[in-house]
Structure formats: structure tokens, C-alpha cells
Write a protein that binds this ligand. Structure first.
Ligand code: PGA
Length: 266
């Protein structure tokens, strides 16, 4: 796992024109950075996907969807199907973001159906997990993460593990008013996630990238990136300006290169 996985979800913020100019700027700002050493992705609003698909591909930026229905078609008013998303160039389905779970009431069982739908359609399933503040206080963060992983990934064959990415995003760390996790706290949770992935998939589980998200900013990105079990960063607010995002990428890329080198040597 030597690559840096880094991306942003723009939530319900950028319209089509804003997304297009953001992607163009991000493409320019990162044009000199090899995509061999990084997976760069952007997850914009649905309405922007079709318009920015060509720009994103040309810039070496993978496109994701913020949510996805689990059926190919049918009587599901308000849902969007994997087929519709694939048609506009989406290769990553973000599943179970904290706002989907805690504001919109999604359950682990729903996330599991979405994971299977993404895999069936050849997409990367980016499953987000994270404990609430109360769960952290009660000392059950790792239990919550294990449950979300084991329920969310139930029935996934180890042969499909290469289509999985995990984002650890503690609910209390996300968004305006969020308090960033310390690097040590995040690393401890990432280690628990690694263990659960090993139990699920054996050796294939060790290769699944696990990204940290929740109030990542230019001040804490390097310390988080340096942790052995953190495989990338999933950033909200601090990535919505292309220049600011590119500066974070430049800051953490060499840290990942060093980690990869260290692993090769050991
Ligand atoms: P934030 O968002 O970086 O603005 O806290 C993270 C996320 O919701 O993925």
C-alpha cells in the first residue's frame, strides 16, 4: 500500500459551474504530480457529474458519487442507480457517510446493499465508518467500527477486496464545529479497522486503503499522514479551494513516499 489516497466530497455545496472550475484548477495545480504515486478523487454533487466527467478524466482525477441506490432500476423515487452513475463516468461510490447515517437515517444493512451494488458494477466502494461522541465517551469506538465494517461488508468475497476503500471519519470530528482527532487517536482506530479487515479478508484485507477524514487541515495533515495505518486523507472544507487542497497534497506526498520506502526496507 504505497500510494497516497486523497480526495474530497463537496457535500451539498458546489453547483455545476463551481465544480467545473474547481476540477480544472485542481488539474492544473497537480499536473506535475505522478498519478502512479497517488489516487486523487473528487466526489461532487450529482448534477455536476456529467459536465465534469471529461475534465476529471483528462486531469487524472477519479470521480465519485456521494451516495447510490442499490437497485439497477425500479420504483425508488429520489434514488440514483449505479447504472446511471457509471454512465456519467463515476468509478467510486461513497457509501455511509456520517451525514447519510446520522442525518438521513441509513443503517448498516442499507450500506451493505450499496456496497454489493457498487462491487457488482465494477466500482470502488468507499465505505465510511465512524463513532459518535457518545460512543467514544462510552469507550465503545472500536466495537462500533467493527460492527459497521462487519455489517457493511458482510458477504463480500476476499477476491473483491481490491474494490474496497474505507474512510474512518469520527462523527465528532466532521464539519463545522468538528474537533479533529489527534494523530495518535486516529492511528489507534485505524489499527482496529485493520484488524477487522484482516478478520474479514485475511491477507487481502491488509491491502485495503483506509483513509482518515474529519477536520483535516493544513496544520494536522502531515501528522495524520505519518501514522503507519493511515493510508490516505478524505477531506471536506480544507479541500474545497483547489490551491489549498493542492498544498495539502504536496505536503503529504513525500510522507507517503517515505512510509512506502520504510516498508520496502523492513
Ligand atoms: P471536513 O469534512 O473535512 O469538513 O470535516 C470531512 C467529511 O465529511 O468527509
Amino acid at each position: 500500500m504505497s500510494k497516497l489516497y486523497i480526495g474530497t466530497n463537496t457535500k451539498m455545496y458546489k453547483n455545476i459551474a463551481q465544480t467545473a472550475s474547481f476540477l480544472e484548477a485542481l488539474g492544473r495545480q497537480t499536473a506535475d504530480l505522478s498519478r502512479e504515486s497517488m489516487e486523487l478523487f473528487v466526489i461532487p454533487s450529482y448534477t455536476a457529474l456529467d459536465r465534469v466527467s471529461v475534465t476529471a478524466r483528462a486531469a487524472g482525477i477519479r470521480l465519485g458519487a456521494q451516495n447510490m441506490g442499490w437497485e439497477d432500476e425500479g420504483q425508488f423515487t429520489g434514488e440514483i442507480s449505479p447504472i446511471m452513475l457509471a454512465e456519467v463516468g463515476v468509478t467510486i461510490a461513497e457509501i455511509g457517510h456520517s451525514e447519510r447515517r446520522h442525518v438521513l437515517g441509513e443503517t448498516d444493512e442499507m450500506e451493505n446493499r450499496k456496497v454489493h451494488a457498487a462491487l457488482r458494477h465494477g466500482m470502488t466502494a468507499l465505505l465510511c465508518v465512524g463513532e459518535t461522541k457518545a460512543q467514544r465517551t462510552h469507550g465503545i469506538a472500536d466495537e462500533v467500527l467493527r460492527t459497521q465494517l462487519k455489517e457493511g461488508l458482510f458477504g463480500v468475497d476476499a477476491a473483491r477486496a481490491e474494490q474496497l476503500w474505507i474512510a474512518y471519519e469520527p462523527v465528532w470530528a466532521i464539519g463545522v464545529g468538528g474537533e479533529p482527532a489527534s494523530a495518535a487517536y486516529a492511528e489507534a482506530r485505524h489499527a482496529a479497522i485493520r484488524q477487522a479487515l484482516f478478520e474479514l479478508f485475511g491477507a487481502a484485507g491488509a491491502k485495503i486503503p483506509v483513509l482518515y477524514g474529519g477536520s483535516v487541515n493544513p496544520e494536522n495533515a502531515a501528522a495524520l499522514a505519518a501514522q503507519p495505518d493511515i493510508g490516505g486523507l478524505f477531506i471536506g472544507r480544507s479541500a474545497w479551494d483547489a490551491e489549498r487542497f493542492a498544498a495539502i497534497i504536496r505536503q503529504v506526498l513525500p510522507i507517503f513516499a517515505d512510509k512506502a520506502e520504510g516498508r520496502r526496507r523492513s
